[in-house]
Ligand binder design. Structure first.
Ligand SMILES: [Zn+2]
Length: 243
């Protein structure tokens, strides 16, 4: 089915539509969140988060260079604060067809319509805050790439079921993961390699591109070398999910 894209609802329309809805789920895999590629996919998707903010606005140049050398495509989830701190770098990533840019939120908040917290980080406080957390960075990414991103991952990857529906209404697919490659950039390199190479067909791997000096870069590149040698086809989320 073709046709013109549906208009994006306004902030007021979203508030009107969802006021009074009680969320029934809080976590990493709310209904409507994609955690695997579509049934039958042979590929594996690598997703890297760039969280931004204090301590989070660095960049791992060796990891990105390694992906380019191995020709491994990846979906890069950029937070608005990371983009603000890395303008020219963000432009370079946007210009590399190996990478798909996606939305990692404006202030890196868990996406809740009632202020639920994750890992001690208070989430968005209400429906309007959900809209703002998603759409402010949506505008930043649209300005950066010339088109809207298709995927959204909240800070901490936590969201509730109402917030997940709001993402879909706003034209964004909330993206989780099936393989935690780097444990929030806490794993040593050997563990990153072990966890990542466990990814089978249709897996979505999460790791971080903003933590140079951690085990993530070396461990991930070792894993990706092993997997590409074995013929694992890597795809972006956008490649895997038809529009
Ligand atoms: Zn993050």
């Amino acid at each position: 089915m073709g046709g013109a894209p549906r208009a994006v609802p306004s902030r007021a329309e979203i508030i009107d539509r969802y006021t009074g809805r009680t969320p029934h789920y809080w976590g990493l895999e709310a209904p409507g969140v994609v955690t695997h590629l579509p049934n039958g996919s042979r590929g594996v998707a690598l997703t890297l988060d760039f969280c931004g903010g204090p301590g989070g606005s660095s960049f791992d140049p060796d990891l990105i260079a390694g992906l380019q050398r191995l020709r491994v495509p990846a979906t890069l989830f950029l937070n608005a604060r990371w983009i603000a701190g890395n303008q020219s770098l963000a432009g370079e990533l946007a210009g590399d067809p190996l990478f798909e840019l996606a939305n990692h939120g404006t202030n890196h908040l868990p996406l809740s319509v009632i202020g639920n917290a994750a890992y001690g980080i208070p989430g968005t406080a209400g429906i309007g805050s959900v809209y703002d957390e998603v759409m402010a960075n949506d505008a930043v990414l649209t300005a950066l790439t010339g088109q809207r991103s298709r995927f959204f991952r909240p800070g901490t990857a936590y969201l509730d079921d109402v917030a997940a529906r709001i993402c879909h209404d706003l034209g964004l697919v909330p993206a989780g993961f099936s393989i935690n490659g780097d444990g929030g950039a806490t794993y040593p390199a050997g563990t990153v390699t072990t966890e990542t190479t466990a990814a089978g067909a249709a897996a979505i791997i999460i790791a971080h591109g903003n933590r140079p000096g951690s085990g993530t870069g070396p461990g991930l590149l070792r894993a990706l070398g092993i997997m590409t040698d074995a013929g694992t086809p890597f795809v972006t989320l956008g490649d895997a999910f038809p529009v």
